[in-house]
Write a protein that binds this ligand. Structure first.
Ligand code: 3AM
Length: 180
């Protein structure tokens, strides 16, 4: 099965993420919008059934203090010359990066470490761009509501590839201890 680890996003955020999908839409680019928003912490790829129990056990040992994030400006991967993914940013990076590093460390020996991690919420993948200058301008003019949201959980997710795009399902959730 194809697995990844991500932070689920609260309902209150989803309405605005859908609004952002409307704002980033323009005839200068053909986009494939995602239906399932999340903040990916680590992509694991194909994982055999035999690895699932040790994976779950190691992830259950990750302990983190709940933190708040704020939505931030729209950005692109890999860069404005090569538009592949359009995403909404989050701030601050530090608590997410720390959680990602903890997960990386917990899974060392089972999965390779990620040396490049940039927290983001994917809004759309780019099929093709007709007018790069115009589309970058559209993106620059998108105003993001800097909504705050709590992070107190991460999920082990399964991604099933279908002709209509990937379909995601939550296999297990890992809860942070309640804040005192
Ligand atoms: O929704 P986002 O973009 O944050 O981009 C893929 C998606 O994250 C990423 O894993 C998530 C679930 O598919 N992904 C897919 N293939 C990947 C790969 N080979 C990958 N990330 C890194 N390497």
């Amino acid at each position: 099965m194809r697995l990844f680890i991500s932070i689920p996003l609260p309902e209150e955020l989803l309405t605005h993420l859908k609004e952002l999908q409307i704002l980033i839409n323009d005839e200068s680019a053909r986009l494939r919008f995602v239906n399932d928003f999340h903040l990916t912490l680590k992509f694991l790829g194909e994982v055999g059934n035999d690895k699932l129990a040790p994976l779950k056990e190691k992830l259950s040992l990750v302990s983190f203090t709940p933190f708040d994030l704020q939505l931030d400006a729209v950005g692109v991967f890999p860069d404005t010359d090569h538009l592949r993914v359009i995403w909404a940013g989050v701030t601050p990076h530090q608590p997410v990066v720390e959680l990602q590093q903890q997960i990386d460390a917990a899974l060392s020996g089972l999965f390779p470490k990620d040396d490049r991690f940039h927290p983001h919420i994917t809004l759309a993948r780019v099929a093709f761009v007709k007018d790069k200058v115009r589309y970058n301008d559209v993106l620059k003019n998108v105003t993001v509501n800097k909504l705050s949201f709590p992070v107190n959980r991460f999920d082990l997710m399964e991604s099933t590839l279908t002709p209509g795009g990937p379909v995601y399902g939550t296999l297990f959730s890992f809860q942070a201890p309640k804040a005192l």
